[in-house]
Design a protein around this ligand. Structure first.
Ligand code: BDR
Ligand code: CA
Length: 313
């Protein structure tokens, strides 16, 4: 199978961190062109240094990491320290990174990578608010045909939101950016809460990470121990949902996931439902579908893939 060329945009975040590690362990499936950081779970200065910490943890200090937008396009930044802790990756206990941050702005890196690539050749993974991608599309619209597909974590379709009753965190933080990306006509695959809430780090799965008995296994064990407590308390789940790794797992084994092609729009007018992902699941309006939205996964296969791959780091 031909390797994909991938740009990974993220706001680490414990679940972003596990997603990055899965990407680092998947060199047989794709070339990681670079990691771009955005403000989200924690401010930008922390997300970009966390991205570097995780690359070093994964033994890949050669990966290029770029800092991007420090604020959403139009709204005030909302962060989520109450879920992720002050460091964004509480529980990991990692040293400050040594590898450098790249000089270029993340948005310019996305643009130059796309512009020098053939049409339909770049896969972009969005694991946080979509600010960097939207800015790149606005600054250089000619990147759109260069993108093969965007795979993102965001939204809540049949499920309710996790940040407001209507909205999921990544879309709520920068709904205007999400609207630009969704309306761009780029092929879009979305992993909303409907699917990620089925990817739960149960006690035995948590133990599987710890049993790796490696720096990566220990860091994941510590981070997920910390991350689990929030959702287990609020939702009564058996474990915390591993949202962002669903995106990377989709690139490796898409057959783990099930979904539907639907028409999707983002709410940007009403404060009450700001950031809602309005998906026409039953095709009541008979509009042309613009997104493939996942709503189910084989969680056993998903966690098998994760622990098998992380064991190689
Ligand atoms: C999303 O928001 C963040 O807290 C997680 O990293 C994930 O990307 C889940 O709503
Ligand atoms: Ca994230």
């Amino acid at each position: 199978m031909k390797k994909r060329s991938v740009i990974l945009d993220c706001d680490p975040g414990q679940d972003d961190a596990v997603a990055i590690l899965l990407a680092l362990s998947s060199t047989e499936n794709f070339d990681l062109l670079g990691i771009t950081a955005v403000a989200g779970n924690v401010p930008l200065s922390i997300t970009e240094s966390n991205a570097r910490r995780i690359c070093e943890l994964g033994g890949r200090p050669d990966i290029k990491v770029f800092a991007g937008a420090s604020q959403p396009l139009m709204r005030k930044l909302v962060t989520a320290e109450w879920i992720h802790g002050k460091t964004g990756i509480d529980g990991a206990d990692l040293p400050d990174p040594v590898m450098p941050l790249q000089d270029d702005h993340a948005v310019d890196f996305i643009i130059s990578s796309c512009m020098s690539a053939p049409d339909k050749s770049i896969t972009v993974c969005l694991l946080g608010p979509m600010t960097n991608m939207a800015l790149a599309m606005v600054k250089e619209p000619r990147i759109v045909p260069k993108i093969y597909e965007i795979v993102c974590m965001g939204g809540a379709v049949k499920e309710l939101g996790n940040t407001t009753p209507a909205a999921e965190f990544n879309i709520y933080v920068d709904p205007h950016a999400a609207k630009i990306v969704v309306d761009s006509d780029v092929p879009l695959i979305m992993m909303p809460l409907d699917v990620t809430h089925k990817a739960l780090v149960t006690p035995s799965r948590l133990q599987d990470f710890k049993n790796l008995n490696s720096p990566v296994g220990n860091a994941c064990g510590g981070m997920l121990d910390y991350f689990n407590r929030f959702d287990m308390t609020r939702y009564g789940f058996d474990g915390g949902p591993l949202h962002d790794p669903c995106v990377i797992a989709y690139l490796i084994e898409p057959e783990i996931f099930r979904g539907r092609k639907v028409h999707l729009e983002i709410e940007v007018s009403s404060e009450l439902t700001m950031g809602q992902t309005v998906a026409d699941w039953w095709n009541v309006e008979e509009k042309i579908p613009n997104a493939y939205i996942c709503d189910d996964l084989d969680s056993e296969k998903f966690f098998r893939l994760l622990t098998r791959r992380l064991a190689t780091l």
